[in-house]
Design a protein around this ligand. Structure first.
Ligand code: HAM
Length: 424
């Protein structure tokens, strides 16, 4: 029987993994610059945690979660997103006691049973940040600037930041009513999905992808025109903070987001080079979530971003990433004596911090040199009885062909000198 990876999941193979490692390291550095500390939570949680926070009627909860019952009859779910898990951990471990504004980040796989297509997977990876414990719009801006900074500093172009306010408990109910009244006038012309959403979650009708829905909602009332004074002031302050930080943005009153926990700020970062799944990042404020999950009322804001989508854009825009680390020295063996010497030599070189390798497949000298070439080793040398007895070998620069005579007894020192000359 032949096994294959599950539809919508991907292997990250050795030839590609350095791109992931580079991007992850880049993200970690930005997170540290903005003073966020890493948090890691389990891959699965109680199903109710996600159902309650993301919302029973959302696509994620109603049709995309990987939910299963374990042997103790407990319903568990592979995390479809991190915010709920982070807030759960924040409450459980009283993180507020340690730091009044808890700033955490994550890099983690997520699971959603969506229809796979370019940029949409069933196991995908997100990086994200959450700032829990503060209500100032300056924190929303901090989080947004952080996300934008990850893209800017890695070299991504053509991103746009779109922001909106989805209001709060005070102003949203009256607006919701107004939107429902507007939509009911065209009820029978709306798509099935939108008809279903009209009663429970009419705001989602605004971000329907259906062409006809979009025409119908072109003149729909928008939340940003119906904000209460507090939400309105918050939204204005957010815009002022973004301007002060020198980050360009566009106000888009139709951003609703596919998760129910948002209050006030909602935002997306898109990229024109991504195709139909153009969202790089989504985020916003979720001031009611901690209380909903059994904690004290705690304002919070955050974002999450797809790593596969970031890698797609980097590839599409041909952004050069550093090359993977290659062996610095490949030792080819001419005979049995050389082989024994080489095993000891690579051990010593590696102890000295030099990436070195040799042949273990008993290949011909020619095949070993081809291997050194294939591995893109910087230098190679051939070792056999002759070199051992004369205590001398020739280290070859693989790109220029230059030969350097080196006494075997001081090989590690000589290679170290070459390494510092090469800057690695
Ligand atoms: P989200 O919009 O569901 O938000 O996901 C954020 C990002 O994850 C998307 O913009 C996209 O780049 C990536 N993503 C989502 N689904 C997939 C998929 N099936 N395949 C590949 N990439 C995907 C959240 O998850 C919220 N937790 C964001 C947040 C954090 N809000 C506040 N804090």
């Amino acid at each position: 029987m032949k096994f294959k990876s599950i539809k919508g999941t991907r292997d990250i193979l050795p030839a590609d993994v350095h791109r992931w490692q580079y991007v992850e390291q880049h993200i970690r550095t930005r997170m540290q610059l903005f003073n966020y500390q890493e948090i890691r939570t389990p891959v699965f949680e109680e199903t109710a945690l996600f159902a309650r926070s993301i919302g029973e009627l959302t696509d994620i909860v109603s049709k995309e979660m990987y939910t299963f019952t374990d042997r103790s009859d407990v319903s568990l779910t592979l995390k479809p997103e991190m915010t709920a898990a982070v807030v759960r951990a924040y409450i459980q471990h009283n993180l507020a006691d340690l730091q009044p504004l808890t700033k955490v980040y994550y890099i983690s796989p997520m699971f959603r049973q969506e229809r796979p297509q370019a940029g949409r997977l069933r196991q995908f990876h997100q990086f994200g940040a959450e700032a829990i414990g503060g209500s100032a719009a300056a924190i929303d801006a901090d989080v947004i600037v952080l996300a934008m900074e990850v893209y800017r500093s890695i070299g991504v172009r053509n991103t746009s930041l779109n922001i909106n306010s989805v209001g709060c408990q005070r102003c949203r109910p009256a607006y919701k009513q107004q939107l429902q009244d507007f939509l009911r006038k065209s009820l029978h012309r709306l798509s099935e999905d939108s008809q279903r959403r009209l009663d429970q979650n009419p705001l989602r009708v605004l971000d329907s992808k259906d062409e006809n829905d979009r025409k119908i909602t072109a003149d729909a009332p928008l939340m940003i025109d119906h904000l209460c004074p507090e939400c309105s002031a918050h939204f204005k302050e957010l815009q002022a903070s973004l301007s002060r930080a020198g980050v360009a943005y566009r106000v888009d009153g139709r951003i609703v987001r596919g998760l129910d926990y948002y209050t006030k700020t909602a935002f997306e970062i898109t990229c024109t080079d991504l195709g139909s799944q153009d969202a790089l990042t989504g985020g916003g404020r979720y001031d009611l979530l901690a209380e909903q999950l059994g904690g004290k009322p705690t304002p919070a804001v955050g974002f999450a971003a797809g790593i596969e989508r970031l890698l797609m854009v980097l590839e599409e825009q041909k952004v050069a990433l550093p090359e993977p680390v290659r062996p610095f020295l490949f030792i080819a063996c001419a005979d049995e004596e050389g082989k024994a010497w080489a095993s000891a030599a690579v051990a010593e070189l590696r102890r000295a911090g030099i990436a070195a390798d040799t042949d273990h497949l008993a290949r011909s000298l020619k095949a070993q040199m081809r291997e050194a070439d294939r591995q893109e080793a910087r230098y190679s040398l051939v070792i056999g009885a002759n070199e051992i007895h004369t205590n001398g070998c020739q280290v070859k620069n693989m790109s220029t062909g230059e030969l350097i005579s080196v006494p075997l007894t001081s090989l590690a020192d000589e290679v170290k000198k070459l390494q510092s000359r090469n800057g690695r």
